[in-house]
Design a binder for this molecule. Structure first.
Ligand SMILES: CCC[C@H](O)CC(=O)SCCNC(=O)CCNC(=O)[C@H](O)C(C)(C)COP(=O)([O-])OP(=O)([O-])OC[C@H]1O[C@@H](n2cnc3c(N)ncnc32)[C@H](O)[C@@H]1OP(=O)([O-])[O-]
Length: 711
């Protein structure tokens, strides 16, 4: 709703009220229409101020209402009517003015914002465009070039940025005493103004279109945003608004908008974590950490040190190898400075002290171990930590898939051990998997989740199983990609199909970037390859592809060696070029194993890679290693480059149709009975059997099935 009050004098104050961010729900829109009418009818009122309750102007259209029928007064005519009134209307902006909230402000004749307010048009991130006149009014006010950048990226900025674009005036006191009466409104109605364009407008629009297509492959909304701004640059306002409406309708009805809105909510759902034990975000207290230590200063450890220091935590950074320590103590402060500058931090970074002595962690509250991915080494570190740290210190491991329970078992307080699985580079990547074992205490999980949030991560609580959630699902995906090479595909073919789907990098390019030796070492530890293991295509009772092992044995470890599945300009090179060596190698391999290459359709490549991964997601839900599909989807969107406009693997499964996924998995499993990952999961079968409920209902269904022991 919106409330109406008269300030002393002749100003009417309209206050939007819809916690937590005063989103423009049907009730709020109706409230605005009614209160504006009231102000117009009152002869004593000479000006109107619109503000939001609780120090937040407005977070935009109410996204929760998008799934239902349109009720209440529509936004576009409401904003237009405000712009047309003959009493001056000012938007008094505190907190946020985002999306429809900023569009409402653009319909007002004046905008006054608190210096700390955050503004922007983030609709593109929800698969939409600013469809309440924002795509037409904003460029008329700040010019086409600046509007293109803001609208196609959805970037948010503070009020001083917008003040420099003459969008608003900044004030640092209370906004309640704004006085704007007695001034002419003719030039304040943005819809009546021309759109300032640079002389090379066509070239600017063309370049932006190319850029957005490259940046967000396959995404519809950024392209529609450019098209709407083309209309603003070339058409009168009314026709521009028609174009905006048509484009918005197309986007609204697209699966991409549904996927992106789902991704918005799933990011928030994962913060409200719960464990099978009943512990959850609202019944478990987190400790506030101010001193932490990181053990191991390789790539991951360095990133973690920077991520912690950026939140103001003092860090003891420990590395026992002198050379590595000397290098890290040079590199880490520079990384911190760069990142702190980029983020214009409010909190000063924490102090980092470097040490080669594990004893130096004795005063900290939390330790993150980030040594080499080797169980015996990690066990040794945990044994040592438990003897030197103060009782009550939280001990975390950055392992990407090793058993947290085994690490906990060698400590004095197994309840204080959790996994904190960061993704490289750890100070940049948004995802954090917080891994709990059966003995992890709610306090330890809550503290790790809270710490992740402070570091700006999307933290997801996951169960302790090999590979946890993300890497466990990655395994069948990688496996299918290798099998496809055996059967006749090339790395480029597979990568192109996956990149066309929207991944920033196909599976082989990604493996080259991460380093092929990472998986090689894990397979050696699992006894799947290495000296004494027979070079067959069946190992441990199932189909196995020795292809990636053989590539490593040839000294090709990916970008770091200048060669892997592709060739690069040299060690550390970034640009992948196809390599004749790989084609010859694949031919020789097929000949050796009596395999006849066949031509494989892109659909088969996509289905086998994605559906094997999705199937494992169902197994993970079935095993209660993730609380719900949103957890898996957030992990894939924020940690594995899953295209956000496809929502996440589990959401995508729902979009494709669970029946279809089941049928295709059955088909591929029939053709490859020696690949267990293609065998459809029981949960998938059960969901199909009950009529394929929407993804939002799965969590409830799984819990019920578990109670009745159906899973
Ligand atoms: C016709 C077309 C018109 C127009 O062009 C389209 C739009 O405007 S599209 C819209 C364009 N606008 C946007 O894209 C802005 C989207 N919002 C944001 O970016 C951030 O939420 C914000 C910066 C506002 C606050 O960040 P923070 O302080 O870290 O807090 P938080 O993020 O945790 O959120 C707290 C709670 O608020 C909820 N909620 C938030 N916004 C909305 C909403 N619009 N609606 C409903 N709910 C919303 C959120 O779900 C959460 O609920 P819960 O139940 O407690 O989990």
């Amino acid at each position: 709703m919106a409330t109406y009050s008269r300030l002393p004098g002749s100003v009417a104050l309209i206050t939007l009220q819809n916690p937590p961010v005063n989103a423009l729900s049907a009730a709020v829109r109706q409230g605005i229409v009614d209160t504006v009418q009231r102000a117009l009818k009152d002869p004593k009122v000479t000006s109107v101020v619109i503000c939001g309750q609780n120090g937040k102007f407005c977070g935009g259209a109410d996204i929760r209402e998008f799934a239902g029928p349109m009720l209440g007064p529509p936004l576009v005519p409401m904003i237009h009517a405000i712009e047309a009134v003959d009493k001056p209307v000012a938007a008094a902006i505190e907190g946020v003015a985002l999306g429809g909230g900023l569009e409402l402000a653009l319909g007002c004749h004046y905008r006054i914002a608190h210096s700390k307010a955050l503004l922007g048009l983030p609709e593109v991130t929800l698969g939409l465009l600013p469809g309440a006149g924002g795509s037409q009014r904003l460029p008329r006010l700040i010019g086409l070039t600046a509007a293109l950048d803001l609208i196609t990226t959805g970037r948010q900025h503070d009020s001083s940025f917008f003040s420099s674009l003459h969008l608003l005036c900044v004030c640092s006191q209370s906004i309640s005493s704004v006085c704007v009466s007695g001034q002419s409104l003719d030039s304040r109605r943005l819809s009546t103004l021309p759109c300032p364009c640079p002389p090379d407008v066509d070239s600017l629009l063309d370049k932006t279109m190319v850029k957005v297509r490259q940046r967000s492959r396959g995404a519809l909304a950024p392209v529609a945003c450019v098209q709407a701004l083309m209309a603003a640059a070339s058409l009168p306002y009314t026709q521009g608004m028609e174009k905006e409406r048509d484009l918005l309708t197309t986007l609204f009805n697209s699966g991409q908008a549904r996927a992106l809105q789902y991704a918005f909510f799933s990011q928030r759902v994962v913060g409200k974590w719960s464990l099978p034990s009943g512990a959850s975000w609202d019944n478990s207290a987190a400790r506030t950490i101010s001193k932490a230590a990181v053990i191991g200063l390789g790539t991951m450890g360095r990133g973690i040190v920077v991520a912690l220091a950026l939140t103001g935590i003092s860090v003891v950074a420990v590395e026992t190898q002198e050379k590595q320590l000397a290098e890290a103590s040079q590199v880490v402060p520079a990384m911190l400075q760069r990142e702190a500058g980029r983020r214009s931090l409010a909190t000063p970074p924490g102090v980092i002290s470097f040490s080669s002595n594990l004893q130096d962690v004795c005063e900290v509250e939390l330790v993150i171990e980030a040594v080499f991915e080797d169980m015996s080494l990690k066990l040794q570190v945990f044994r040592h930590l438990t003897s030197v740290c103060r009782p009550g210190t939280l001990l975390c491991s950055n392992t990407s898939g090793l058993d947290i329970d085994r690490l906990a078992a060698v400590t004095q307080s197994p309840g204080l051990v959790v996994g904190m699985h960061f993704f490289a580079p750890a100070h940049v990547m948004k995802l954090l998997e917080v891994v709990y074992g059966p003995r992890s205490s709610p306090e330890a999980v809550a503290t790790a989740m809270q710490l992740g949030k402070r570091m700006g991560k999307v933290s997801v609580a996951v169960g302790n199983c090999p590979g946890f959630v993300g890497n466990r699902m990655l395994k069948p995906y990688l496996e299918q990609a290798n099998f496809l090479l055996e059967e006749g595909a090339t790395p480029q073919q597979v990568d192109e199909v996956l990149e066309e789907f929207g991944f920033p990098m196909g599976v082989f390019r990604m493996s080259d970037l991460s380093g092929l030796d990472v998986g090689w070492r894990i397979r050696k530890e699992a006894g799947l390859t290495g000296p004494g293991v027979e070079s067959t295509r069946t190992r441990q009772g199932r189909r196995y592809s020795p292809l990636p092992d053989q590539v490593c044995e040839a000294g090709r470890l990916g970008q770091k060696t200048g060669r892997g599945w592709y060739q690069y300009d040299g060690p550390g090179g970034r640009v992948a070029r196809s390599d004749h060596w790989v084609n010859i190698f694949l031919e020789a391999y097929r000949a050796e194993h009596g395999l006849v290459a066949r031509s494989i359709a892109p659909e088969e490549i996509l289905e086998r890679c994605l559906y094997a991964l999705i199937n494992e997601g169902f197994n993970i839900l079935q095993d209660a290693m993730a609380a719900g599909p949103e957890d898996i989807d957030a992990i894939y969107v924020f940690g594995y480059g899953w295209p956000r406009h496809h929502g996440g693997p589990m959401f995508h499964a729902g979009q494709v149709g669970l029946g279809r996924i089941l049928e295709r998995l059955q088909h591929h499993h029939h053709n490859h009975p020696d690949v267990p990952h293609l065998k459809p999961s029981t949960l998938l079968r059960r969901l199909v059997a009950v009529g394929s409920p929407p993804v939002q209902k799965w969590r409830e269904f799984i819990n019920k099935e578990r109670v009745h022991s159906q899973l």
